[in-house]
Design a protein around this ligand. Structure first.
Ligand SMILES: C[S@@+](CC[C@H](N)C(=O)[O-])C[C@H]1O[C@@H](n2cnc3c(N)ncnc32)[C@H](O)[C@@H]1O
Length: 202
């Protein structure tokens, strides 16, 4: 099953454990403390849109994409109700071009981590770098391999998985242990990874 079909089915079945219907505090803390300031942002794998809406309300110029057409239509409806202006695109981030580049900042919560293959994570990181301005930032919230054993739950990655995929394209500003903003007890552990696009060789 490809990514689009896998997630589309979960949105249609309303099988959405990640959809906590609020912005994630791991993003909000970095906006509130000024680490990330209002700019042109792309959210990859935006789901039903709460983080994109949060960023739009904080004066970011937001583009958001997702491979699931149901997710995009739910996110569009929610943004309309909240009265915020967001450019939504239904597209596959690994295979399709994202309109509106270059961006200053990319955010994803649980999209990069959904790729099992090293080659896919590497392609994702390369695509993110190509869509960013020089020095642009990427913040990714990634399920951690250090989490407890669970029968269900987000994909889990080691710090090494992340570093291998992103380092050719990004300098890692920090890689910090945290947990998802979630109602699950205990919430799933994650890596909060803030990266800066590497300077192009001159
Ligand atoms: C775990 S969900 C997280 C959704 C949202 N970020 C949130 O936190 O609620 C992963 C999201 O990534 C999207 N996704 C997966 N593969 C994708 C791809 N290749 N291109 C764009 N979106 C993708 C899925 O459709 C899904 O909405």
């Amino acid at each position: 099953m490809d990514e689009e079909t896998r997630f589309e089915k979960r949105y249609l079945d309303k099988d959405l454990p990640w959809d906590v219907k609020r912005r994630d505090f791991n993003l909000a803390n970095l906006v509130e403390d000024g680490t990330i300031t209002p700019c042109k942002v792309l959210e990859v794998g935006c789901g039903t849109g709460d983080n994109a809406i949060y960023l739009a309300k904080k004066s970011f110029q937001v583009t958001a994409c997702d491979a699931s057409k149901t997710a995009i239509s739910m996110a569009r409806e929610k943004a309309q109700k909240k009265g915020v202006n967001i450019m939504f695109h239904k597209l596959d981030f690994l295979k399709e071009e994202v309109p509106g580049a270059p961006f200053d900042f990319i955010f994803d919560r649980g999209c990069f981590h959904s790729f099992d293959l090293k080659e896919e994570r590497s392609l994702y990181a390369n695509n993110a770098a190509l869509l960013l301005q020089n020095d642009g930032l990427w913040l990714s919230l990634i399920g951690s391999a250090d989490d407890v054993m669970r029968t269900t739950g987000p994909p889990k990655h080691s710090a090494q998985d992340i570093v291998e995929a992103v380092e050719p394209f990004f300098e890692i500003r920090f890689l910090k242990a945290s947990h998802f903003d979630s109602d699950q007890v205990p919430p799933a552990r994650i890596w909060v990874c803030l990266m800066q696009k590497r300077k192009m060789p001159v």
